[in-house]
Design a protein around this ligand. Structure first.
Ligand code: PRX
Length: 675
C-alpha cells in the first residue's frame, strides 16, 4: 500500500523561499580552523575554547552565547528568536528561543529535501528479516504532507492532540511529523500497551487516533485495531480512528474508522507548514511516576529539537553518511529523540526497528547490523544482557565491521554486560557510551567525538554541553567535593527539558522542582569520582526502568492489588527487573507457581508485557519497622543477593521473616536459572 502511495506522489512543489538555505559551507570553512571548530563550527563565535573541556565551560558559563549561536545555525527559523532564554527553576519558568517561530517538520524534512532529496531518511527494518524498506527524504516529506492534509480534512486543528498507536513504521513517523507540520500535538502510545492503558492515555480530550489494522512482532500478529476499539469504547470523545493497513487482513469497520492510505491518496503532496512559537507544545508523552496515574510530559518545539539534534550528533559522533540504529520503539522517548527527531533534524539515515532481539533467533540485531551496515548501534542493557546469555556465536556469525559506536540507554549497564558489548559486539574497536537521560534526551554521557577522552565501562562520565549537574545531601546542601555521593540534580534549565506535565503543572513542580528548590531533581543518586566523572547509583524514588521503559512500582502494585484483592494480605514491588513479594491470606488456594503464572498474564494484559514481573515470591510476612513501615531497603538488599549487608536492623520487628525471605529468594532464583 505504501509503495502505491509513493508511486502516486508527484514532485514536491517548490519549497518556500524561507527554507532555502545552503548548508555545509560553514562546516567546510571551519576545517581550516582546526579540529574543534570542524567538530562544532559555531565554536568560532565563542571566546576561543581550545578543547572540549573549554567548549563545555563556554556552554555553561556563557549559555546565551553558546545556545544562541547553535539555535541560529542549526535550526531553520520562520521568524528569528529575539532572546535565547528566560528560565528560573525556582519559579518553574522555562522558555527558550523567545519570539522565534519555526516548523519542526520543515527542519526534519524540507531543508534536507532541498539539498539531497534522494538521501535515505528511514530504513524500516520490518519484523520479517530481510524485508527492509527504504524511504528517502523526498518520499517522507510527501507522506508527511499527504498525512497532514488528511488530518486537516478530518478536522484536526492546530493545538489539537492526536494519539498515535502504531508500531515503528514509516507512516508512524509521518504521522508524528504531520502533526508537527500542521501544529497538532502528538501522543505516541507504545503499541504493546493494553486497551486499558491506551484508554488512560487517550483521555484528556483527544479526539483523533491513528493506528494500524494489525501489528507484527516477533513473528506474531498483534491485533492493534481491536485494542483501539476496546479503548475507544471507554473514550466517548474520540471522533475518528485513522487506520493504516500494515497487513492485508480485513477488520470490522466502526463508524469512526477512516482508511488512512485511501484518504492520503486523495491529498496533495504539499502541506503548508504552520509557524509555531518556540514554546508551543510539540508532543506529550506519558511516563510512569512513582505515584498515581502516568503523567503526560510536555515537550516544546525549538529547544527539544535542537537538544535532540546536538546530542545525537555529538554523543554518537554521527557523521553525514552514517546509518544510525537505535533499536527503541517509537512509543518511548528514546524512539522520539533518537529514532525520529535527532537523526532527521541532522539529515541522517535512521533505522526503524519493528522486531525483537530474538526473532527469528538471537542473532537478529547483528544480522541487521551486517545487512544494513549500521554505524552506531543504540540499545537497552536488558536486551544486551539477554543476548549475552545466548553466547558469542550468535554475534560472531555476522560482520560488524561497520560499527563505530555502541550506546546503552535507560538503566545502568552492569560491568559484565558492558564488557561483553565492548569486547564481543564491538570487537574492542567501538566505544560504549552509557547515556544517562533526563526527560527528553541524553544529559550525561561520554563523547567519543572527543579524541583521547577516557571512557570507563558502565559510567555515564561527563555532562553534555549546557548541563550543570550538582550533588546534594539530604539537607539540600550542594556537595562541592569529589569522591562523594548525593542526590543528582541539574542546577540550570537546559533547552531539551520537559516543560510541564499536561494539565498538572503542580505535579511537575512537585516531582522535579520543589524537592530541592532552585534545582531540577532527577530522582537518581550519583557518585562523583576524583576526576569529576559521574556514576549513577540508582533511583532514589520508586520507579523502575525495564528494557528502557519507565514504569512506576506503584502502577504494578495498583494492578496487582486490584487483581488479588480477595487473597492479598500484603504486597511489595521492588526495583531490579520488577521483583514482587506477595503475602497471601491463609487458604488462598494459590501456590507460588500458579500465582506467578496467573499474575504475569494479568499484568501483561492490564499494563503491558514488558511490565510482567520476572520474579514473584510468596512469603508469610514482609520485614517491617516497629512502626509498621515495610523495610524496602532490606528487601532490596535481599533481591540484590547482598543479604550480608542488610545494615542497621534495630527497628526490624521480625528477624525470622527476613531469614525466610532470604531462603525463599534463593530457591526462587535458583529454580528460575535451572529452567
Ligand atoms: O533513573 C534514570 C534512568 O531513567 C531516568 C530518566 O527517565 P526518563 O526521563 O523517563 O527517560 C528515560 C530515557 C530512556 C533517570 O532518572 N536512566 C536513564 N538512563 C540511564 C538511567 N539510569 C542509569 N543509567 C542510564 N544510562
Amino acid at each position: 500500500m505504501m509503495a502505491r502511495l509513493l508511486a502516486r506522489a508527484c514532485c514536491p512543489k517548490a519549497l518556500p523561499q524561507a527554507f532555502r538555505r545552503p548548508l555545509g559551507s560553514a562546516a567546510a570553512q571551519a576545517w581550516s580552523h582546526g579540529p574543534l571548530t570542524a567538530y562544532m563550527p559555531e565554536a568560532l563565535a565563542f571566546p576561543r575554547p581550545k578543547d572540549h573541556q573549554g567548549l563545555y565551560k563556554v556552554s555553561v558559563e556563557q549559555g546565551d552565547t553558546f545556545w544562541g549561536a547553535l539555535g541560529r545555525s542549526r535550526l531553520t527559523w520562520i521568524t528569528p528568536f529575539h532572546s535565547v532564554q528566560d528560565c528560573d527553576l525556582h519559579q518553574g519558568r522555562v522558555s527558550w528561543f523567545l519570539g522565534g517561530q519555526l516548523n519542526v517538520a520543515v527542519n526534519c524534512l524540507d531543508r534536507h529535501v532541498h539539498i539531497a532529496p534522494d538521501k535515505v531518511a528511514l530504513i524500516w527494518e520490518k519484523d520479517e528479516p530481510g524485508e527492509e524498506v527504504r524511504v528517502t527524504y523526498r518520499e517522507l516529506l510527501e507522506l508527511t504532507c499527504r498525512l497532514g492534509n488528511t488530518l486537516k480534512r478530518q478536522g484536526v486543528k492546530r493545538g489539537d492532540r492526536v494519539t498515535i498507536y502504531m508500531p515503528p513504521c514509516p507512516l508512524a513517523v509521518a504521522s508524528m511529523l504531520a502533526c508537527a507540520r500542521i501544529g497538532a500535538v502528538h501522543t505516541v502510545v507504545f503499541a504493546g500497551f493494553s486497551a486499558e492503558s491506551l484508554a488512560d492515555r487517550i483521555r484528556d480530550g483527544k479526539k483523533t487516533v491513528i493506528t494500524v489494522n494489525q501489528g507484527l512482532r516477533g513473528g506474531k500478529v498483534i491485533e492493534l485495531k481491536k485494542t483501539v476499539d476496546q479503548a475507544v469504547k471507554q473514550c466517548p470523545g474520540v471522533k475518528r480512528v485513522l487506520v493504516s493497513m500494515r497487513t492485508d487482513s480485513k477488520f470490522p469497520i466502526t463508524a469512526q474508522d477512516v482508511p488512512l492510505e485511501e484518504e492520503m491518496m486523495k491529498e496533495d503532496v504539499c502541506c503548508e507548514p504552520a509557524a509555531m512559537d518556540s514554546e508551543d507544545m510539540l508532543f506529550l508523552l506519558y511516563t510512569s511516576g512513582s505515584t498515581g496515574k502516568p503523567k503526560g510530559l510536555v515537550h516544546s518545539q525549538a529547544g527539544y529539537l535542537l537538544f535532540a539534534a546536538l546530542t545525537h550528533k555529538y554523543v554518537f559522533d554521527y557523521q553525514d553518511r552514517d546509518i544510525f540504529g537505535c533499536m527503541a520503539d517509537i512509543g518511548w522517548i528514546t524512539g522520539h529523540t533518537y529514532v525520529v527527531y535527532g537523526p532527521l533534524c541532522n539529515g541522517g539515515t535512521t533505522v526503524l526497528f519493528e522486531s525483537t532481539p530474538v526473532h527469528p533467533n538471537p542473532g537478529r540485531y547483528w544480522e541487521t547490523v551486517e545487512r544494513l551496515k549500521i554505524n552506531q548501534f543504540y540499545g537497552a542493557p536488558t536486551a544486551i544482557r539477554l543476548l549475552l546469555r545466548y553466547g558469542d556465536e550468535w554475534v560472531k556469525k555476522y560482520d560488524r565491521s561497520s560499527l563505530k559506536v555502541l550506546g546503552s540507554v535507560g538503566e545502568p549497564i552492569n560491568k559484565e554486560a558492558c564488557e561483553w558489548y565492548f569486547r564481543v559486539v564491538g570487537e574492542t574497536r567501538c566505544p560504549v557510551v552509557d547515556t544517562w537521560w533526563q526527560t527528553g534526551g541524553i544529559c550525561i554521557s561520554p563523547r567519543p567525538s572527543n579524541p583521547g577522552a577516557e571512557i570507563l565501562p558502565g559510567m555515564a562520565m561527563r555532562p553534555f554541553f549546557g548541563i550543570r549537574p550538582s550533588l546534594l545531601d539530604d539537607k539540600g546542601n550542594v556537595l562541592l567535593e569529589n569522591n562523594i555521593s548525593g542526590a543528582l540534580c541539574i542546577s540550570e534549565a537546559w533547552p531539551g527539558m520537559a516543560r510541564t506535565i499536561y494539565n498538572d503543572h503542580k505535579r511537575f513542580l512537585e516531582t522535579y522542582l520543589t524537592p530541592y528548590p532552585g534545582f531540577f531533581f532527577t530522582g537518581d543518586g550519583a557518585y562523583r569520582t576524583s576526576e569529576g566523572y559521574y556514576q549513577l547509583t540508582g533511583r532514589l524514588d520508586d520507579t523502575i526502568n525495564i528494557s528502557g521503559h519507565r514504569l512506576g512500582t506503584a502502577e504494578v502494585e495498583d494492578a496487582l492489588r486490584s487483581m488479588l484483592c480477595v487473597v492479598l494480605s500484603n504486597l511489595m514491588v521492588l526495583l531490579l527487573g520488577a521483583y514482587v513479594f506477595v503475602v497471601l491470606k491463609k487458604d488462598s488456594g494459590y501456590t507460588q507457581e500458579t500465582l506467578a503464572a496467573e499474575l504475569q498474564e494479568l499484568i501483561s494484559k492490564k499494563i503491558a508485557k514488558y511490565a510482567a514481573p520476572e520474579y514473584i515470591q510468596v512469603t508469610h510476612r514482609l520485614p517491617k519497622t516497629r512502626s509498621g513501615k515495610i523495610m524496602r531497603r532490606v528487601l532490596r538488599k535481599i533481591v540484590e543477593d547482598k543479604a550480608s549487608e542488610l545494615g542497621d536492623l534495630t527497628t526490624l520487628d521480625d528477624h525470622e521473616a527476613v531469614q525466610q525471605i532470604i531462603e525463599g529468594r534463593k530457591r526462587l532464583v535458583e529454580g528460575h536459572k535451572s529452567c
